[in-house]
Design a protein around this ligand. Structure first.
Ligand SMILES: Nc1ncnc2c1ncn2[C@@H]1O[C@H](COP(=O)(O)OP(=O)(O)OP(=O)(O)O)[C@@H](O)[C@H]1O
Ligand SMILES: [Mg+2]
Length: 371
């Protein structure tokens, strides 16, 4: 039998702080399944609140260092990092009759004006989160110009109906729904405001989503009545604003931020798209000006989730039905989207932890087990 005990392991891990909190992993109840074998190999799990946690490596290294320092006779130290995504409180008690028991977090992706890369961001974030191991759904809420079918190469896909529920179409691990799957492209439907919000509601109530950690809504461009109604129709946990550097100088993006503030939807972050062009020598050409997104985010007290470079790979991926994070995962653009997706997941965890524990909690941990 090993002379190392589980309590010594816990004592060591009691010195590891969750990066976004000022609390240790043991007090937060994040450590599970401590085991020590006869050869002094130690293993344990750190339960995270998102599989996309950008702090994963940091947490693993800090755990290994703490155990090695305090238990020098340990052989191998194995840290498992499973995740259980926390649930947003926003959709409980929401006025809608349809409860969304199986959907933990609803994220709206919006922009001040059209063509800034909102759908591109929504798609690549969804695929990134799914690749990280989360259960992800994506709704194309643009009834007038649905783009999700093309971006996933599913122009001719038609969903199955089972027991009066629409089965979402799944690709790259993401469950998808778009009006483009239901109507013929050459037979466009004219949506009036109430019909549009009814259709969007049905994307929640009449679709068999199953268990979802994140359901992402790609909103239509702008901040008119339709967008406002949609935001009030769906029980949104938080919003992501997509902008280009030059747009931040305009009033449009502030309007989008103000719309969400007015209806008390938390702003999870800003993505600056088309931020720069990466030159072959590795330097960056800030064709639309430098730092606009970051400055705007700071001024509005919104986290900057990421800055995405301009690149032909994005448009080609969108046109060919292969989102850049899946088709060209090594490209700068894919890495930037994956990092933005991880940062978004972290912000969702922070928001959920704050809602259940008060402002001191947050991060990819904070799973104190007391709720
Ligand atoms: N970083 C980028 N580099 C190069 N091309 C990009 C980038 N981001 C988006 N694009 C291209 O710009 C076009 C518009 O992007 P997208 O459709 O995502 O914008 P949108 O904001 O959703 O537009 P809409 O307002 O019409 O819904 C697409 O052809 C897309 O491939
Ligand atoms: Mg779009």
């Amino acid at each position: 039998m090993s002379s190392i005990t589980a309590s010594r392991v816990l004592e060591a891990l009691g010195n590891v702080m969750e990066p976004d909190l000022q609390k240790d992993l043991v007090s937060l109840n994040m450590i599970q399944d401590v085991s020590i074998d006869d050869d002094d190999n130690i293993s344990f799990s750190v339960m995270l609140t998102t599989p996309a946690c950008p702090m994963k490596d940091h947490i693993r290294q800090a755990c290994i260092a703490a155990v090695r320092e305090r238990i020098p006779e340990a052989a191998d130290v194995t840290v498992n990092l499973p995740a259980r995504v926390t649930e947003n409180a926003a959709h409980h008690g929401h006025g809608n009759s349809a409860p969304l028991q199986s959907v933990r977090n609803i994220i709206a992706v919006a922009s001040g004006k059209g063509g800034v890369g909102k759908s591109t961001a929504a798609v690549n974030i969804a695929v990134s989160l799914a690749e990280a191991g989360a259960n992800v759904g994506l709704v194309d809420a643009d009834l007038y110009g649905p783009s999700i079918p093309t971006m996933f190469g599913l122009e001719n896909a038609r969903p199955e109906i089972r027991e009066k529920k629409i089965i979402p179409i799944e690709k790259y691990g993401v469950r998808l729904m778009s009006i483009g799957f239901l109507v013929e492209p050459d037979n466009p439907v004219i949506w009036r405001g109430p019909m549009a919000s009814q259709a969007i509601r049905q994307f929640i109530t009449d679709v068999d989503w199953g268990e979802l950690d994140y359901l992402i809504f790609d909103l239509p461009p702008g901040t008119g009545d339709i967008q406002l109604t949609l935001v009030q129709t769906i029980p949104v946990s938080g919003a992501v604003i997509v902008t280009t550097p030059q747009e931040v100088a305009l009033a449009d993006v502030s309007k989008a931020v103000n719309m969400f503030r007015r209806v008390n939807v938390p702003l999870l972050g800003l993505i600056e798209n088309m931020s720069y062009y990466q030159l072959p020598d590795g330097s960056k050409d800030y064709i639309f000006g430098k730092g606009g997104g970051a400055a705007f985010a700071r001024a509005q007290a919104i986290p900057l989730l990421g800055s995405i470079p301009v690149g032909g790979v994005i448009r080609e991926g969108g046109d060919s039905g292969s989102p850049v994070v899946a088709g060209q995962p090594k490209s700068e653009q894919a890495k930037a989207f994956a990092a933005a997706a991880a940062e978004l997941a972290r912000q969702v965890s922070i928001l959920n932890a704050q809602a259940s524990h008060g402002a001191a909690s947050g991060g990819c941990g904070g799973n104190c087990g007391c709720h």
